[in-house]
Design a protein. Structure first.
Lengths: 108, 149
């Protein structure tokens, strides 16, 4: 199993009041808990179950993920540029592991 | 001068029927089934709405990564916005797909991702508006391979 590695594509600058596009992806098997190994044992569920995007501490977009989200969960969404600051991206995995990325955004 | 014979009417009628059947197999029944399923999951009755758009390919070769885009026509003001949009795949072994949460003034009410589908089915999207109304739409997707195996 590969290590979960998150990536985001976000512009570094945006015009105040305009929407900018965010693309996020994390490498992850999204093991559903429905599969069996060669010995017939159930492979335990291990998915990213939640994704949160904060903009200067405020949650601006989030997702509750279930088993039917494909491996390497990808989301594309759009946010309004309100002020310069920091975007924080958090992926939460079954079992409590958390993967994060942050990004500086300049709003002019 | 044009006059409709019984034969013309019959031909027009059957052509229209065939057209509808081709466009969306069993769409009226599909909507009823979808409304029932939404009620099971939310405890509330949804309304079929053309404000909500669930864009997926009608055919996709693999069920593992079916592209999905979802959006709703909404001003996203404090007074009128969508709180969350949920997606269900009724023919998957696990029906819930995802819930997407949006914030008025801050996020556009649209998202794209990729999902797993076990078999051909009507995928369901439900939007929960800030006034508590539930809006629903469905789209037919045929996949060639089981994405949940």
């Amino acid at each position: 199993m590969t290590t979960a590695t998150p990536r985001v594509i976000v512009p570094s600058a945006a015009a105040k009041g305009e929407f900018f596009q965010v693309k996020t992806i994390i490498s992850h098997e999204m093991e559903t808990g429905l599969r069996h190994d060669d010995q017939g044992n159930v492979i335990p569920r291990k998915i990213i179950n939640r994704f949160v995007c904060r903009y200067n501490q405020s949650v601006v977009f989030s997702v509750d993920l279930h088993e039917a989200i494909s491996a390497n969960p990808f989301f594309e969404f759009s946010l309004r540029a309100t002020e310069s600051g920091r975007l924080d991206f958090v992926w939460e995995e079954d079992g409590g592991a958390v993967y994060t990325l942050s990004h500086r955004l300049t709003v002019g | 001068m044009m006059s409709l014979t019984r034969r013309d009417v019959l031909i027009a009628g059957s052509a229209g029927f065939a057209g509808v059947a081709l466009l969306s197999p069993q769409s009226a029944r599909a909507n009823d089934e979808a409304l029932d399923l939404v009620e099971q999951f939310t405890g509330r009755t949804a309304t079929v709405s053309d404000r909500l758009h669930l864009i997926m390919p009608t055919y996709f070769p693999t069920g593992y990564t079916v592209p999905m885009s979802l959006y709703i026509d909404s001003p996203m003001t404090e007074a009128d916005h969508v709180r969350q949009m949920r997606v269900f795949a009724p023919r998957n072994p696990l029906i819930e797909v995802a819930s997407f949460h949006f914030v008025p003034q801050r996020s556009l009410p649209r998202v794209s991702t990729r999902i797993r589908l076990a078999k051909p089915q009507h995928v369901i999207a439900v939007a929960e508006m800030n006034d508590g109304n539930l809006l629903m739409t469905t789209t037919w997707v045929r996949v060639a391979t089981d994405g949940c195996a």
